[in-house]
Design a protein around this ligand. Structure first.
Ligand SMILES: Nc1ncnc2c1ncn2[C@@H]1O[C@H](COP(=O)(O)OP(=O)(O)OP(=O)(O)O)[C@@H](O)[C@H]1O
Length: 261
């Protein structure tokens, strides 16, 4: 099962952002034919802008230090996003929007939650005693334990280790997930681990993913629809993406490239 089938996008004669982006200026509609959709393209070609606009329209929770409503980095795309029209096969009730740069905000958010829970324990110890105290403290310790079980201790792992742990902890069946450049923190081996996680959730657990990426590994996700952002947005195979051809040709003969750089 996949949920979001099609979006109609706002059009305008304006040349102001986001209509200043060539790939979005004439984009009227986009159809999602597979559980996995990949956005690829040169830096600045509009991938993140469309993903952000969609996250606003779908009102997805953001994984990071702030929610979408209070995230000032989304201000420029808010009105564009709100005007998107969505067409659902079946409406998804679960999902999130996650950008590579949101990871540290999420760790901070967990640390704040932990501090608050610690504060609650101190408060309970002042005000309660006996069974009441035991129950209240037990409930807080249970919540702390659940977070540790889900994510481990994110202050004691590397960026890439923690990033994958957060995704493993948060991705659930039958959700729609918008993810921006997840490879930024990940080694090729962990990109393969993420590949396998996404493949399993898309094929067996009814999830839909829309992912902006520069990772040739993630572009090869089976049956993914790849939209290449350029002057227009074109549907391509992974072998046709610049990322794939440049990397392949470079690795086949680095010396030939180095002579021209
Ligand atoms: N709030 C904004 N106001 C004006 N221009 C913006 C704003 N946000 C992004 N842009 C511009 O829009 C263009 C597309 O940016 P976007 O972040 O969507 O690119 P991208 O394809 O995701 O690039 P990358 O691969 O580097 O992440 C860029 O030229 C950028 O400078």
């Amino acid at each position: 099962m996949y949920f979001l089938q099609k979006i109609d996008l706002p059009t305008s004669r304006s040349t102001q952002f986001p209509f200043s982006i060539r790939s979005l200026a004439d984009l009227e509609t986009m159809t999602f034919e597979n559980p996995v959709t990949i956005f690829v393209g040169e830096n600045g070609s509009g991938k993140s802008t469309l993903l952000k606009a969609l996250a606003i329209k779908l009102n997805l929770p953001a994984i990071g230090s702030s929610d979408l409503e209070s995230d000032q980095t989304l201000d420029g795309v808010k009105s564009y996003g709100e005007q998107i029209k969505t067409f659902w096969n079946e409406k998804a009730f679960r999902g999130f929007f996650f950008r590579a740069e949101d990871y540290f905000g999420f760790v901070k958010r967990l640390q704040n939650m932990d501090r608050e829970m610690q504060g609650d324990i101190v408060d309970f110890e002042k005000r309660l005693s006996g069974t009441g105290l035991k129950l209240a403290v037990g409930s807080i310790l249970g919540q702390k334990e659940a977070l540790i079980r889900k994510y481990g201790n994110l202050t004691e792992v590397s960026h890439g280790e923690g990033f994958l742990k957060v995704l493993e902890g948060r991705l659930q069946a039958e959700g729609i997930y918008l993810i921006d450049e997840p490879e930024a923190a990940l080694s090729p081996q962990r990109q393969l681990a993420l590949f396998s996680l996404i493949k399993n959730l898309a094929e067996n657990h009814g999830c839909q993913f829309i992912i902006a990426t520069h990772s040739p590994i993630l572009m090869t996700l089976p049956k993914a629809t790849i939209f290449q952002f350029g002057d227009q947005i074109q549907k391509v195979s992974y072998e046709e993406t610049e990322h794939f051809t440049i990397l392949k040709n470079f690795l086949n003969n680095p010396d030939a490239f180095l002579r021209h750089l």
